[in-house]
Design a protein around this ligand. Sequence first.
Ligand code: SF4
Ligand code: SF4
Length: 399
Amino acid sequence: MTQENRLALDNCIKCSICVSHCPVAKVTERFAGPKQNGPDLERFRLEEPAAVHPSIGYCSNCKNCDVACPSGVSISAMNAKAKGEYVTLHGAPLRDKILARVEQMGKASRLAPSLVNRLGRIKPLRVLGEAMMGVSSEMTMPTYAKKTFLEMFQPKKITASKDKVLYFQGCYVNYNTPEVGMALAAVLAYHDIELTVEPFNCCGLPLIANGFLDVAREYAQKNVSKLQQYIEQGYRIITTCPSCNLTLRREYQELFDLDTSQFNEQMMDAFEFLNLLDQRGELKVELQELPKRVGYHQPCHLKAAGCGIPSLETLRHIPGLEVRDLDAGCCGLSGSYGFKKEKYPISQEIGQNISRAVQELAVDQVISECGMCQLQVHHVTGAKVYHPIQLLAEAYHLA
Ligand code: SF4
Ligand code: SF4
């Protein structure tokens, strides 16, 4: 954490607004809350790292506290740092070491993705996994795609492309939902925009959330040096995953002191980029009618990015489409958090607001930008959940 962020401690006016906005503190007493685990204990941790309280493991890194704090205290970064100190001092279970290595799990799945998916559905195996490893046997497991996005993507040379765009696809799109990346590629090609892709390391968020800051820092350094080369050549970097975006733009700077100042201008959500095209009058607005009512779930990390909801700006061009904001707060899964046996009940209790909203609004399907939110919304509601870019591709007849 930078000195500046540490000094932000003194900005805490002890109003406890962060506590009332913390979805975890609302449903469990096992977590002391953002104020207590954040600025209150940080004062002690600055003097004595061993003062990290084990309840820090219950912070889900959703960042709702940061959004709510009127004084701009970086509470979630303090908690992530404290979690790192706790893991350095006390170690971490094998389960967390595995769940944090999303990139390696994706690579390993390539040997036999269908088999991995089948094994993930065998209940007795899941029960054994819960007993031996502490991975919830109840949570729906993500499925791996037969081909990765990087294997499926066919580069298209567009000589008249007005923008040079690089896609940071993230692990979940690459290994689990390549259809999201393919939908983006199709939408951009339809607008004569050339898309460049590259293999990147995981953004590091699952490592950060599990307290493995040293490994995350290595990934961050590699990603930053690769991305900077593109930025120097005039590329924009776009993402479809709000968590990757926030990690690259904010966490790298807050946790690892990396200079990501250029990212703030050149890196954006895919829909921020599409809205830019719209402002330039270059977005094609002849779209197929989609007469359906769709629920929208805003991922916490998109809210924390402070860029509004750019996808809804674009989707309003689709005739017949009714988008209803679920407005139900955090989904509760928070990456690997809800897969952990002891945290699964917490994540489900948080997710009940989504379940209620989907029922009340009687939506046909749900859209959300975050892959993990998509999984949790499907898990708690049974609804079909897509990335908004898939809906846009459908309205362009590109799906
Ligand atoms: S990051 Fe989320 S879970 Fe952690 S303290 Fe903040 S609001 Fe609570
Ligand atoms: S919301 Fe901010 S200022 Fe208020 S108690 Fe929490 S950290 Fe302190």
